[in-house]
Design a binder for this molecule. Structure first.
Ligand SMILES: Cc1ncc(C[n+]2csc(CCOP(=O)(O)OP(=O)(O)O)c2C)c(N)n1
Ligand SMILES: [Mg+2]
Length: 336
């Protein structure tokens, strides 16, 4: 076991969790723009292992529960929280918010609130990389709900047919809103579906983030050589679907049992057991992360709001003509 990889993966997972806790606080303080905030607490293993196995120029899309993925791919917590607060310093100047955040410089091709909506984007991105002979992989992150969407299968077929550098990554948190996976899916072995499209597959169903990292890297490295892949990460959504959901459809006993399957505690125990870090080292990491995220909260809350004219900006690309009002159009016709 390497001495630096597990601490790195632990740190990524802990940063994701602490970030999500701050998102929750932002909402409680009445500082978030909107109430539809989907937290990925409990789901940190997938973003950490796949996000770390990707390379710098690789790109990705996320579903509506995508904060953790962006953190793992280098998203700046200051600008992310400012975006979620609807502020000027946010990645999209506060116009995208939690579910429509994007940043081309970090390869974030966009979060998407439509279940399965971000999947075809990575197929298009990968087509361009192949055409332009760029060694890049594009990864779509989505939930188990998207496994029932037709667009996934159209995308898998295209990726397979055209041998595209794509990875489809399903974060299976066992629920789609209030519906348990058993009530939504006939065949739960998702890899079988992907296999039938000719994709390389990986099914992660334990808490060992380091091992998941190595296996994910193999899938991503093969995709870079034009063998597209599919990764399923099983996990458990520790809290409700969105910030307002108190999960009345599942027992507290189920929640408390499943919350024991915590990838962060698991990694921390693994590091202590294998003499990689001791408790004091881990406390120091946790503390530094807490300070980082506290600062991000402060940054987001103190970031200014846009002035009213900002709403008309970033609608058309810079080279597009300005939109013409209906009145102007009518006058032009009448005056001709
Ligand atoms: C096409 C479409 N249908 C329905 C919805 C409403 N909706 C929002 S999130 C969600 C559940 C998605 O579950 P999953 O894909 O497993 O992601 P999770 O929320 O569990 O991360 C649904 C049905 C939607 N946004 N888009
Ligand atoms: Mg789900």
């Amino acid at each position: 076991m390497s001495n630096t990889l597990l601490p790195k993966l632990y740190k990524t997972m802990k940063r994701i969790r602490t970030f999500e806790e701050r998102v929750s606080e932002l909402f409680i303080k009445g500082e978030s723009a909107g109430t539809m905030l989907h937290l990925s607490i409990g789901e940190e293993l997938g973003p950490a292992c796949v996000g770390t196995a990707m390379q710098e120029n690789d790109t990705f899309t996320t579903h509506h529960r995508g904060h953790g993925i962006f953190v793992a791919r280098g998203g700046d917590p200051n600008r992310m929280l400012a975006e979620i607060a609807g502020k000027k310093d946010g990645y999209c100047k506060g116009k995208g918010g939690s579910m429509h955040i994007a940043d081309m410089t970090l390869g974030h091709l966009g979060a998407n609130a439509i279940v399965g909506g971000g999947i075809p984007t990575v197929v298009g991105a990968a087509m361009s990389y192949k055409y332009l002979k760029q060694e890049r992989v594009s990864v779509a992150f989505f939930g188990d709900g998207a496994m029932q969407q037709g667009i996934l299968y159209e995308s898998m077929n295209m990726a397979s047919l055209w041998k595209l550098p794509v990875v489809f990554c399903c974060i299976n948190n066992q629920y789609g809103m209030g519906t348990k996976i058993e009530n939504a899916v006939g065949v739960k072995d998702f890899s079988k579906r992907a296999e039938s499209f000719g994709l390389n597959t990986l099914h992660v169903n334990d808490l060992d983030v380091e091992s998941a990292y190595h296996k994910s890297k193999e899938i991503i490295d093969s995709a870079r050589k034009f063998k597209p892949g599919f990764i399923e990460i099983e996990c458990y959504r520790f809290y409700g679907h969105a910030r307002m959901d108190k999960s009345p459809y599942r027992d507290e006993s189920e929640e408390s049992e499943k919350r024991k399957l915590d990838p962060i505690s698991f990694a921390s125990n693994q590091m202590i057991k294998n003499n990689i870090l001791d408790e004091a080292d881990i406390k120091k990491i946790d503390n530094d992360i807490m300070i980082e995220m506290d600062k991000a909260m402060e940054f987001a809350i103190n970031s200014p709001i846009n002035d009213e004219t900002e709403i008309f900006k970033d609608v058309y690309s810079e080279n597009d003509p300005l939109p013409v009002s209906l009145d102007e159009k009518i006058n032009k016709i009448l005056n001709n």
